[in-house]
Design a protein around this ligand. Structure first.
Ligand code: NAD
Length: 338
């Protein structure tokens, strides 16, 4: 067992399984979002909690944050829709589990939760981040995640194409959500050529406003572009997809993009530079935990978010020097690139 602590509780109010995995507190307080999602079996939620909490440890380590990784997952029955009262009861159940850890862990929003839910989970500011601004927090972390992604894209383009200038580059953004949309260059910034895809057809309006080509998600992943930006779900980079990719490099905010660690090696063998998602997607957590848990000023926290560019540049340099996938530099893939 690699995890320091794993709690599985049946919520006393909701009757739903609340799963909390603490990967480590060795570097400091463990942090990681609270996910509310449907699972065919609650045990699959446990798998997610174990995987995502370990990824969070890597994300914190690479970003130089004094935190370990953790994750809360509430496994809802598939297709379950919670009424407001049920949702509140469930969030109070989550709060009980977190309170029992006495500050060893702080949670934030993830799939299925948002800043307002954080005030329901707890009234202790040291146990949550991304509280709404009216509750003294930094709110939605997506703009900061997007800032970090853009810094990463610039570092990636510098490493791969010799210039950090994004103008003239061809990008495919798959997932035009809270992070994907602000990453898309505004038309006035011009010249970058954009392909976008989303399962939600209403996003097509935004694609038109951006002057982007609209394709379906499968085609989006396989677009003939310089850089692919996965900004929807995890697990999209499978061996089958990798064999059909037509991009030179990949960097995006989607968590856990690889279906398995070894897929980083397949990307490397194809000569596609994959920027590890634990590096690229860290902007939101760097900002929110900086301002809310470590008393950084917004300026200091934003400077740290932009530092993702320098961090990625260093990782790409080390990987190129050693002839290994960038993932191997941060603890994934294999050092011999196979
Ligand atoms: N929001 C953050 O601060 C943050 C931080 C770190 C990582 N992430 C990760 O970045 C990704 C995007 O986050 P977000 O906050 O923008 O989420 P979001 O829900 O706002 O947006 C996701 C978008 O992807 C679309 N989508 C869903 N499935 C798709 C598919 N199969 N193909 C194409 N499009 C699809 C959705 O319709 C939506 O528009 C997620 O993987 C998330 O875990 C987000």
């Amino acid at each position: 067992m690699n995890h320091e602590q794993i709690l599985v509780r049946r919520g006393s109010r909701s009757g739903l399984p609340v799963i909390l995995a603490i990967h480590t507190t060795a570097p400091g307080q463990a942090i990681g979002g609270c996910r509310l999602a449907g699972y065919a079996e609650w045990r699959y939620g446990l798998d997610d909690a174990l995987r995502l909490s370990a990824a969070m440890t890597q994300k914190c380590a690479v970003a130089g944050l004094p935190h370990g990784g953790a994750k809360t997952v509430v496994a809802l029955p598939p297709g379950a829709a919670l009424g407001p009262g049920e949702r509140r009861a469930l969030l109070h159940d989550v709060g009980d589990v977190i309170a029992g850890l006495d500050g060893a862990y702080a949670t934030g929003p993830d799939v299925g939760t948002g800043p307002p839910d954080m005030t329901t989970i707890t009234d202790r500011p040291t146990h949550v981040f991304c509280l709404p601004p009216e509750a003294g927090g930094s709110g939605d972390s997506s703009p900061h995640t997007a800032t970090g992604v853009v810094a990463a894209l610039r570092a990636l383009c510098e490493a791969v194409f010799g210039t950090a200038d994004l103008a003239g580059r061809r990008f495919a953004i798959v997932g035009l959500g809270r992070v994907g949309a602000p990453v898309a260059p505004p038309p006035a910034a011009g010249q970058a050529k954009l392909v976008v895809a989303d399962v939600d057809p209403t996003k097509r309006t935004l694609a038109d406003e951006l002057g982007a080509a609209w394709v379906d998600p499968d085609d989006g992943l396989r677009s003939d572009v310089d850089v692919l930006v996965p900004a929807a779900l995890g697990g999209v980079l499978t061996p089958a997809v990798v064999s059909e990719l037509r991009c030179a490099a990949i960097a995006g905010p989607a968590n856990n993009q690889l279906d398995a660690p070894g897929t980083a090696d397949l990307l490397h063998q194809r000569g596609i530079v994959w920027a590890p998602d634990t590096v690229v997607s860290a902007g939101g957590v760097i900002y929110a935990t900086g301002v809310e848990l470590r008393q950084e000023t917004p300026l200091e926290a934003t400077a740290r978010v932009r530092g993702i560019g320098d961090t990625l540049a260093r990782i790409l340099r080390d990987a190129a020097r050693d002839g290994v996938p960038p993932a191997a530099v941060v603890g994934g893939g294999s050092r011999d690139g196979r």
